[in-house]
Design a protein around this ligand. Structure first.
Ligand SMILES: Cc1cc2nc3c(=O)[nH]c(=O)nc-3n(C[C@H](O)[C@H](O)[C@H](O)COP(=O)(O)OP(=O)(O)OC[C@H]3O[C@@H](n4cnc5c(N)ncnc54)[C@H](O)[C@@H]3O)c2cc1C
Length: 541
């Protein structure tokens, strides 16, 4: 089970390799670990529920605490300090569409607000409801009902001939792939949060899996589904294609629980690849690495992934890999090939038949060599694929060592990418200068498109004994980076969604008319405004 106040499983105790700890201490100074609140104390302080007992709803205080937040850094600060000034008043676990409809009707008549809960992995304030006692969540006096989707979670129908599988929206990544495996099929959607996030969450946040280049983003995989909204049931048939007016699936994709509850989704599934390969190259510097990534992205090769790391992220990845003999050999080899501290790692993924994988990888070689790239074989890629879901556990280890870690992401066209990347890292690195605090910021391109790329930035800073001060520092950094993104013309989010944390920046890309259309849409599906207030649309509690 996921620990109540972090990411890693309760049974796992992630630690930082000494080489990684040395790097972070050298960059930020020694960490000052803070002591965590105890679950029993937090549960004991939960106020009485404002909801009337109902057979479908748990009022258990611990249940309510465990569904109180997502995984954003403000959520973490609240959990670790135990300063949950508000928790949902109840947690419902509907097992059928009828249950969901009944719960929505009941919430409407009880004056409760509704928060759908998939895996609770939102990193943008998508979970948390109104009523939090900080300025991100102005107080509301209405009760909050969380609808957890965990019982709407299994394979409902599989149409093998058409490659269409219908799942309950609360199905997690592992359960979904496990149900498809005996049929030799896969969805191929592997966000880093794969083990804990759900199909419904992926759809309503427009999620991108790590191999979306080959398998497609969730927009391409989501063929249809069913939304239970306060105004009625909204069904989307899974046509292979249609010219029948605007594509209404797009209303659900990215709707973040504002329209209703997505209860089931039909997705396009494909045969499991016979083989996967993740070869790596080192480039002399970030600029050559971007050009190599761009050339590969524009070549239209049948690859499933292209990742390009800045020199600092490359150095951090190598530090996290520890001091094994193979890492020693790799460092010596890079030295021999004159790859200095500015070297950038480029990793590609290819999935398919043996012949397809070999051909795709063969085509990449000349494009990378043209930029001065050096091939280092498959061991880095194998290590990356083996740890791809585990590396997020290090956030727990860092917190316990006294460091706060957060990530943010955007996308932009190739011509403006280098300037945007520099602006974001500059905004973060200098963000706490006046406090005499340093910030470690590094980036990678994780989703490459013909016309541009996503940019994913990780930043770390020292946490403080006062959670409000840590939160204030996060707010400054997040604000500075978000403004840098918007000013440079990037999207405020490539994959994490809008939640509460990005809502004020959405107007920069949707415009006032676009925002009004979204508000009208929410009103049409949810006339009394009970669904997820504060998420996606700004200016609300
Ligand atoms: C360590 C880590 C790594 C991550 N890596 C990635 C990544 O690689 N790619 C990526 O795209 N994202 C990533 N994320 C972000 C997050 O996992 C995604 O946004 C994911 O799609 C959320 O799914 P969930 O089921 O956890 O949704 P939740 O967090 O439960 O909910 C997200 C939002 O959608 C609403 N919602 C959830 N389910 C429904 C439903 N059935 N109907 C209506 N509304 C609903 C919620 O109210 C909330 O506003 C990562 C997060 C973490 C913590």
């Amino acid at each position: 089970m996921r620990r109540w106040n972090g990411w890693a499983d309760e049974s796992r105790h992630p630690t930082l390799p000494p080489s990684a700890l040395r790097l972070i201490e050298a960059e930020l100074g020694p960490g000052r670990p803070t002591s965590d609140a105890v679950l029993a104390d937090v549960v004991a302080a939960v106020p009485a529920s404002r909801l009337q007992p109902n057979s479908l709803i748990s009022l258990d205080p611990e249940d309510r605490v465990r569904h109180a937040t997502g995984q954003s850094l403000p959520d973490w600060i609240a959990l670790r300090s135990g300063r949950l000034r508000s928790v949902p008043d109840g947690v419902a676990r509907p097992a059928t569409n009828d249950d969901v409809r009944a719960l929505l009707a009941w919430a409407g008549s009880s004056g409760a607000k509704v928060v759908p809960y998939g895996g609770g992995t939102s990193v943008v304030g998508g979970i948390g409801g109104a009523g939090w006692g900080n300025s991100r969540h102005p107080t509301t006096h209405q009760p909050i009902l969380t609808i957890a989707l965990e019982r709407l979670a299994r394979l409902r129908t599989l149409n093998e001939r058409s490659g269409l599988a219908t799942f309950g929206a609360g199905t997690t990544g592992p359960d979904l792939e496990e149900a498809l495996r005996p049929h030799g099929l896969t969805l191929g959607h592997f966000p880093q949060s794969f083990e804990r996030s759900t199909l419904g969450g992926w759809v309503v946040t427009r999620s991108a899996g790590q191999q979306s280049l080959g398998f497609g983003r969730i927009e391409a995989l989501f063929a249809g589904g069913r939304v239970e909204a306060p105004a009625g049931t909204f069904e989307l048939p899974p046509h292979p294609a249609s010219a029948a007016g605007p594509d209404l699936r797009q209303l659900v994709l990215g709707s973040e629980g504002r329209l209703g509850v997505l209860t089931e989704a039909t997705v396009r599934v494909v045969p499991r690849p016979a083989r996967e390969a993740f070869p790596a190259w080192f480039l002399p510097d970030w600029s050559h690495a971007i050009d190599a990534g761009r050339a590969i992205g524009r070549a239209g090769l049948p690859l499933s992934m292209i990742r390009v790391l800045t020199p600092l992220e490359t150095a951090t990845l190598l530090a996290l890999a520890g001091e094994s003999r193979s890492m020693g050999l790799l460092r010596r080899y890079l030295g021999f090939r004159k790859m200095g501290p500015e070297t950038s790692l480029l990793l590609v993924g290819a999935s398919g038949t043996d012949r397809l994988v070999e051909a795709a990888v063969r085509e990449v070689g000349p494009l990378v060599r043209r930029e001065g790239g050096v091939a280092v074989g498959g061991s880095i890629g194998r290590r990356w694929i083996a740890n791809r879901f585990r590396s997020a556990d290090l956030r727990d280890a860092l917190w316990e060592a006294g460091y706060a870690l957060d990530t943010l992401e955007t996308a932009i066209d190739w011509s403006r990418l280098p300037a945007l990347a520099a602006a974001v890292e500059r905004a973060l690195s200098a963000g706490l200068e006046d406090l005499g605090e340093r910030v470690l910021a590094f980036s990678h391109l994780s989703h490459v498109y013909p016309s541009g790329s996503s940019l994913y930035t990780t930043y770390a800073f020292r946490s403080t004994a006062d959670p409000d001060e840590t939160l204030a520092r996060w707010r400054r950094l997040k604000g500075a980076a978000s403004r840098a993104i918007v000013d440079a013309g990037g999207t405020i989010t490539h994959q994490h969604g809008v939640g509460r944390d990005h809502a004020e920046y959405l107007v920069a890309e949707k415009g006032e008319l676009g925002m009004a259309v979204l508000a009208d849409l929410a009103h049409r599906f949810d006339p009394d405004g009970i669904m997820n207030p504060g998420v996606l649309l700004r200016g609300e509690p």
